[in-house]
Structures are given as structure tokens and as C-alpha cells.
Design a binder for this molecule. Structure first.
Ligand code: 2AM
Ligand code: CA
Length: 266
């Protein structure tokens, strides 16, 4: 690790520990896909197992801290001064289908401000991490956002809509509008890794509607510390429940926002 701090050391070690069973579980998916039962229940128990390891260790290190976690919910809810935000498997659908694009995501905030975060893909062995004021890293190297300035040259990543979304048409029309005006658009299925990939300069920007806080908490600080800019697509009345996020190398931010929010010409 190039960046060493008590919090970063704790959560990177935690990710390594939790990933051992996660890697084993991922190896089982192929067998389960051909079984009549399918891997659905198995994945949710992999999710819970990973989460339990993370929560147990965090509570050992910081018994009084608050924790918000996708499966378990809220622990020590009254402590909002020191709070951990956990997504044990971000990219569950990929995991379920044997696609190695998923990650453990852990963010840490003080008084509602994200201070550090780690996103770990245990299959590619890529650990993205950052602490406020100390830069962003991928394994042992510093990462930076891309320098692309023209939106027509940009490679953009997005996600959704979810099956249950009530704004599918809106999301699809945004997708078409953006696709027509940029070099290309990808959908990789893990919000946390999408943000980390913008931070590493692999994509020039990312947007997605209807996310949960645990999908993006760690990614926000990693992106900011890599020189990127992240905010919300438009005034977000549901904040901090559902997030409509826009993240970029900062050069193409406003142009992309305009493209996303522009109404279709009838
Ligand atoms: P998850 O894998 O933890 O569910 C996929 O587009 C991204 O959106 C993933 O990061 C996924 O997180 C997130 N997401 C959040 N809620 C979702 C939902 N109900 N259905 C699909 N993806 C969801
Ligand atoms: Ca998630």
C-alpha cells in the first residue's frame, strides 16, 4: 500500500479477509448455474457471509461507530459522527452470472462527509482506495482521471434502469441522447467499480439514476481524490436516500449534464 493510514490499513485488510470466502463462493457459481435450484439463494448467503465478516471486524475495531450496510441495515444509528457505509457485493447480478466484475465497497464518513473509501475486486485483485487530502490509488500506484476535453471523444459508463424502475422511459431516452453524442457508452453492472474506473481514467464519466448510498459512498472519495468531480444530475429531493449521480474527469461535466437532462425535441 502506498497510502498508509489507520483507517485505510484497517479497511484494506478487512477487504482481503472477507474476499477469501467470496472468491471461494464465486468459484461455486459455475456449478450452481447448471443445477435446477440455480444460484439465487447461494448468492444472498455469500452476500450475508461477506457482510458479517466486515461488520464483526469493524465492530471489534470501533465498537461505538455507526454502520450502514446493504443487507443488515443500520447499527449504532445514533452515531452519525463516525459511520461506515458497506456494500458487501456491489455488482450482485454479475456475481450471480459468474462475471468477475463485482467488488466489496466500504466508505467511512465523519459528520456526513466521506473521508475515505476502498473498493476491492477480489477476482482481478484490484484495490482502489483514497483518503481525503491524500490522493487516490490503485494497488501501489497513484491514479488520476482522464484528460479528455471533448465530449464527442468520451467513453462513458452508465447503469440501470432496474427492473422495478418507474422511470424506465426517461432513463432509456437519456441513454439514447448521450450515446448519439459521445464516442461510446458501456454498462458494466457495478456502480462502485464504474466510479473507480472513472477515477483511474479508464472511463471519462459515469452517470446513473436511482442508486443507494452504499453503491457509491466509497467511490465518491476515490473519484474526488483522483481529480474528478462528482455531484448529482439535478436537484435531488430524495437525498440522501436515492442517488442520481454524475461523475466525470471534470472537463466534460457540464456538457454531459446538459445532454442527460435536455428534453427530447418532440
Ligand atoms: P448491487 O449489485 O449491490 O445490487 C447495477 O446497475 C448497479 O446498480 C449495481 O451497483 C447495483 O448494486 C446497483 N443497484 C442498486 N439497486 C439495484 C437494484 N434494485 N437492481 C439492480 N441494480 C441495483
Ligand atoms: Ca450495490
Amino acid at each position: 500500500m502506498r497510502l498508509s493510514s489507520p483507517k485505510i490499513n484497517l479497511i484494506t485488510k478487512l477487504c482481503m479477509k472477507a474476499s477469501r470466502s467470496l472468491i471461494r463462493d464465486f468459484g461455486e457459481i459455475e456449478n450452481l448455474q447448471v443445477s435446477s435450484k440455480g444460484p439465487g439463494d447461494f448468492v444472498s448467503s455469500a452476500d450475508k457471509r461477506t457482510e458479517k465478516i466486515l461488520i464483526d471486524e469493524l465492530q471489534k475495531a470501533h465498537p461505538d461507530h455507526g454502520i450502514v450496510s446493504e443487507e443488515y441495515g443500520i447499527i449504532n444509528g445514533s452515531n452519525i459522527s463516525n459511520r461506515w457505509i458497506i456494500d458487501p457485493i456491489d455488482g450482485t447480478m454479475n456475481f450471480l452470472n459468474g462475471i468477475p466484475q463485482f467488488a466489496i465497497s466500504i466508505g467511512y464518513e465523519e459528520n456526513s462527509e466521506i473521508k475515505c473509501g476502498v473498493i476491492f475486486n477480489p477476482i482481478s485483485n484490484e484495490m482502489f482506495y483514497a483518503e481525503k487530502g491524500c490522493g487516490a490509488y490503485l494497488n501501489n500506484s497513484r491514479i488520476r482521471v482522464s484528460n479528455k476535453k471533448k465530449i464527442k471523444d468520451a467513453l462513458i459508463v452508465t447503469g440501470g434502469p432496474k427492473y422495478s424502475s418507474k422511470i424506465k422511459d426517461k432513463i432509456f431516452s437519456e441513454y439514447i441522447r448521450v450515446s448519439k453524442n459521445v464516442s461510446n457508452v458501456r454498462k458494466l453492472g457495478s456502480a462502485a467499480l464504474d466510479l473507480a474506473f472513472v477515477a483511474a481514467g479508464r472511463f471519462d464519466a459515469y452517470w446513473q439514476r436511482e442508486l443507494n448510498y452504499w453503491d457509491i459512498a466509497a467511490g465518491v472519495i476515490i473519484l474526488r481524490e483522483s481529480g474528478g468531480f462528482v455531484d448529482f444530475i439535478e436537484d435531488d429531493k430524495n437525498f440522501p436516500l436515492k442517488k442520481n449521480i454524475l461523475a466525470s474527469n471534470s472537463n466534460i461535466h457540464e456538457e454531459l449534464r446538459e445532454l442527460i437532462t435536455k428534453k427530447d425535441i418532440e
